[in-house]
Design a protein around this ligand. Structure first.
Ligand code: AMP
Ligand code: ZN
Length: 472
């Protein structure tokens, strides 16, 4: 298997530290808001990577953190605390926000057939591990205290810009006009390990530490959580390209200073989802979420299909026109697969191992070639067209779908088949109330009803034929 490694800037043969086993770490979401479909592009591609490794026979252990503390609105430790921002926006506590958006994230992942990693750990679970690592970094002389905060001293490293210097200018994000520069830092690249002198008087989450009451910086969580579950040698670390600098650069700085040797061999980065205005982000207007796609009548798996058609290392431009094309292609493909499935069910034919192995080898080659998902998807079409029997076709498609995750052979069950009639009555009433609210232009109330139903697992779709609903 070959994958591109951001550290060496080459497509390399993948060789794990322990034969047959892979330790894999993914930077998880900051749970102050819904994940947008850009975030989810990263998680879809990482899911395909994990499933490819499993398909190729590796025993994979994958760990993901949940960022529920320490991530400020600028990745360079300045600006507002994202979790606090979410809590203020919704008049809730930080932990309520964290719980709600963590659940929402995994609910979106389920709809997109993204497998939950083997270990998921929120940052707030691991404060003692963070304190331990920071203590060691101070003892080893890689960290210093200033202005009652603890900083990592990047001047102590032989090489700080391990991924290349091209992103250095981005650090200037931290010294924009509206943000005060942190004068405690000895070097401009230094970053916070522990805040004790919070600039936010209303900081919600704080813990006792040898340096006073405070909270951790953002980067320390990924070093500690990954080492806690995967040890000091890691095979693959994943994230979106915006994580390369400063987040992953800082993770490597502190991890390798702490353990005293190389930490992770392969760095896998997914390029951004953009729209016509540039990178999709939460700070720009309406957030494009999975629910927005559903409300517009799209099956979330159409978005997964759309992502698989492009390569993870290329920026992908999103538009509803492009999604419509993906939708048409996906529905046609699925229809064909289901027709063949019916044919196979009636057939007496046995699977032919040679036929299976031939196509399967091509599928493994496509994915083993730096996760070429569009080529892997094309193989489904090749199988459908091939002069082989329906039973072989279905065996192959079923097998490929373990990685593609497109539910190509799954017929969608009707939403309300075994639902409690009382609950169904309640849903219908709520839909009518929402209709009335919309008529009166009370959109806030209409949105509230929709959100409340969503919390109860009911998704509304505004279609040309009226409001439709289904279970999440
Ligand atoms: P966050 O919740 O901001 O910590 O981000 C979660 C993940 O989404 C990280 O791996 C980011 O690098 C990634 N990400 C953020 N924006 C985009 C985007 N527009 N396209 C793809 N991935 C993104
Ligand atoms: Zn991380």
């Amino acid at each position: 298997m070959k994958i591109y490694n951001t550290l060496t800037k080459k497509v390399e043969e993948f060789v794990p530290n322990v034969e047959g086993k892979v330790s894999m770490y993914t930077c998880g979401p900051t749970v102050y808001h819904f994940a947008h479909i850009g975030n989810l592009r990263s998680y879809i591609c990482e899911d395909v990577l994990e499933k490819t490794l499993r398909y190729l026979g590796y025993d994979v252990k994958r760990v993901m953190n949940i960022t529920d503390v320490g991530h400020l609105s600028s990745d360079a430790d300045t600006g507002e605390d994202k979790m606090l921002k979410g809590a203020k926006r919704e008049h809730k506590t930080v932990m309520e926000i964290a719980r709600f958006y963590t659940d929402a994230f995994f609910s979106d992942c389920r709809k997109l057939n993204i497998k939950t990693p083997d270990v998921v750990e929120p940052a707030t679970n691991c404060i003692s591990e963070f304190i331990h690592m920071i203590t060691v970094l101070l003892e080893k002389g890689y960290a210093y205290k200033a202005g009652e905060n603890v900083y990592f001293d990047t001047s102590k490293l032989k090489e700080y810009y391990v991924f290349g210097k091209q992103n250095e200018d981005e650090l200037m994000v931290g010294v924009r006009d509206d943000v005060t520069e942190d004068t405690n830092k000895r070097n401009k690249n230094d970053f916070v390990l522990w805040f004790t002198k919070s600039k936010f008087e209303d900081q919600a989450l704080k813990w006792d530490s040898p340096w006073g009451v405070g909270y951790p910086g953002w980067h320390i969580e990924c070093s500690c959580i990954s080492m806690k579950h995967l040890g000091e040698y890691m095979d693959i670390h994943c994230g979106g390209v915006d994580n390369i600098f400063p987040h992953h650069t800082n993770e490597i700085a502190q991890s390798e200073s702490y353990i005293g040797h190389k930490w992770c061999n392969y760095w896998f980065h997914v390029h951004h989802l953009n729209d016509k205005n540039g990178k999709i982000s939460k700070s720009k207007g309406t957030i494009l979420t999975v629910s927005v796609l559903e409300e517009n009548g799209y099956d979330p798996l159409v978005y997964r299909f759309f992502c698989l058609q492009s390569h993870y290392r290329k920026p992908l431009e999103f538009s509803f026109e492009a999604l419509d094309n993906a939708n048409a292609a996906y529905q046609k493909l699925k229809k064909k697969c289901l027709e063949i499935k019916k044919e196979a069910e009636k057939s007496e034919a046995k699977t032919d191992k040679a036929v299976f192995d031939d196509f399967d080898a091509k599928f493994k080659d496509a994915l083993g070639n730096d996760i070429n998902t569009s080529m892997a998807t094309t193989l489904v079409y090749d199988v459908l067209k091939a002069d082989i029997n329906a039973v072989d076709k279905i065996a192959l498609i079923e097998s490929f779908d373990k990685v593609l995750g497109l539910d190509l052979l799954v017929e969608k069950e009707t939403a309300s088949s075994d639902i409690d009639p009382e609950f169904e009555k309640y849903i219908t009433e709520q839909i009518e109330l929402r209709k009335a609210a919309k008529k009166e232009k009370n959109f806030a109330e209409a949105d509230r009803i929709r959100a409340e139903l969503l919390e109860k697992g009911v998704v509304l779709e505004d279609t040309r034929e009226g409001v439709k609903w289904h279970l999440a």
